[in-house]
Ligand binder design. Structure first.
Ligand SMILES: Cc1cc2nc3c(=O)[nH]c(=O)nc-3n(C[C@H](O)[C@H](O)[C@H](O)COP(=O)(O)OP(=O)(O)OC[C@H]3O[C@@H](n4cnc5c(N)ncnc54)[C@H](O)[C@@H]3O)c2cc1C
Length: 377
């Protein structure tokens, strides 16, 4: 594995870093305060080809690949973590449609996702009684002529109210627990979006419940083959975990940078606090852990990019990066002391934003199960 990025990847890194610093970071506190979905940021990402990074140009994507995607996501997260999760799920949905969809579905949805023309992408797997145990979902899809009729509900759906297409997992054979995937469009009869959740962090991201009450979905909107839904979901989540790991590294880095800048300015006992060894140790530990996390992310993305199995490595990257990102944000708050705890400084937001990275797209506990299962098979 090469440690150097390609010229194109460096260009993407630089372009997105500038965008995040100049356009996203200055508004991130306001977006958080107002719990406002950052649609203008999503449009800017679309203009730069950052919402369709995982499918080819012939389908409207930018085909930058998993490594460039993880770099871009990290940079966006450092500027505005709420925007990053909207970007992550939209890219994940586009990739799943490209990979498992037929020609008609690709033509219909991919260009609109990449340009944000139809809105964001959403992915609805979790239900009130099926979180980590995703295989126990209860939403059903029953055949009726040339439609499937969906009944059930989903919770915690990112981008749900802003989605032009939502991948919905439902049981097509309840007795055999066969899960299939459906592409549900806004306005489908019997489909409704619940109110947005009030969250600890990522307040600009949209997290909603979805209800399906005799919701009619044309058969042509089934994604993949009947019964292939669980495989589609797990494949999407494998890649998604690299994205969440990248998001955690980006948020952690932003917090660390803020803490370092503060430590150089803040004076106590007649000197900048940056001169105290206790502060230096926190900075060094956070930087080292974030670098280690970054390496795990690069490895998982590299394996994916070169067509190899990356399930275990994506879980390793996700569990380590999300926990390292959390520790870095905790340290950043500590370095700022009382000022770390108030809204005037960004680190309390970073801490609230990074918290969920050990929870969504599979909790840390689930990642450890995935890793140990693969080692002890
Ligand atoms: C902001 C946000 C956005 C989200 N976006 C989406 C989305 O877009 N689409 C979607 O489908 N879902 C989404 N989710 C849902 C998310 O993926 C789930 O919350 C997550 O998978 C955990 O499920 P749960 O909340 O039901 O917790 P539970 O599964 O009930 O877990 C509770 C606790 O038990 C632990 N636990 C569970 N099983 C085991 C086990 N076997 N061994 C050890 N410990 C275990 C968990 O690790 C956790 O600590 C989102 C969640 C949030 C908070």
């Amino acid at each position: 594995m090469r440690f150097d990025l390609s010229d194109e990847q460096i260009q993407i890194e630089e372009m997105v870093r500038q965008l995040a610093r100049k356009a996203f970071a200055p508004k991130a506190a306001e977006i958080d305060e107002e719990s406002r979905y950052p649609e203008e940021n999503m449009r800017q990402l679309a203009e730069l080809g950052l919402l369709g990074m995982l499918f080819p140009a012939s389908r409207g994507g930018s085909e930058a690949g998993p490594l460039a995607y993880s770099i871009a996501l990290r940079e966006v997260a450092a500027g505005c973590a709420s925007t990053a999760v909207g970007m992550a799920v939209t890219n994940m949905v586009g990739e799943a449609i490209y990979r498992f969809g037929n020609e008609e579905q690709r033509r219909k949805f991919l260009p609109g996702l990449a340009t944000y023309g139809i809105g964001a992408g959403a992915f609805a797997l979790t239900e009130p009684s099926a979180g980590s145990d995703a295989g126990s979902i209860r939403t059903t899809a029953t055949e009726d002529g040339d439609h499937f009729v969906l009944n059930g509900s989903k919770v915690f759906v990112t981008n749900g109210a802003y989605a032009g297409v939502t991948i919905v997992m439902a049981l097509t054979r309840k007795d055999e627990r066969k899960i299939s995937a459906f592409l549900v469009e806004p306005g489908a009869p019997g489909f409704s979006v619940g109110k947005a959740e009030h969250k600890m962090g990522l307040k600009g991201s949209n997290t909603v419940s979805l209800a399906f009450d005799e919701c009619r979905v044309p058969k042509r909107n089934m994604l993949g083959a009947p019964g292939e839904g669980f495989k589609i979901a797990m494949t999407a989540l494998d890649g998604g975990r690299i994205g969440i790991a990248s998001q955690a590294v980006g948020i952690g880095r932003a917090a660390l940078e803020a803490a370092i800048a503060y430590a150089k300015e803040r004076k106590q006992f007649g000197q900048p606090i940056a001169g105290f060894q206790a502060i230096q140790a926190m900075v060094a530990d956070a930087a080292t852990e974030l670098d280690a996390a970054q390496m795990l992310v690069y490895r998982a993305a590299h394996l994916k990019e070169t067509g190899r199995n990356f399930t275990k490595e994506a879980s390793m990257a996700k569990v380590f990066a999300s926990e390292a990102g959390n520790r870095a944000c905790h340290k950043a708050v500590q370095i700022l002391g009382g000022y770390g705890y108030i809204r005037e400084y960004p680190v309390e937001r970073h801490l609230r934003d990074v918290r969920v990275t050990t929870i969504y797209e599979g909790t840390s506990e689930i990642q450890r199960i995935v890793i140990s299962r693969s080692l002890m098979r």
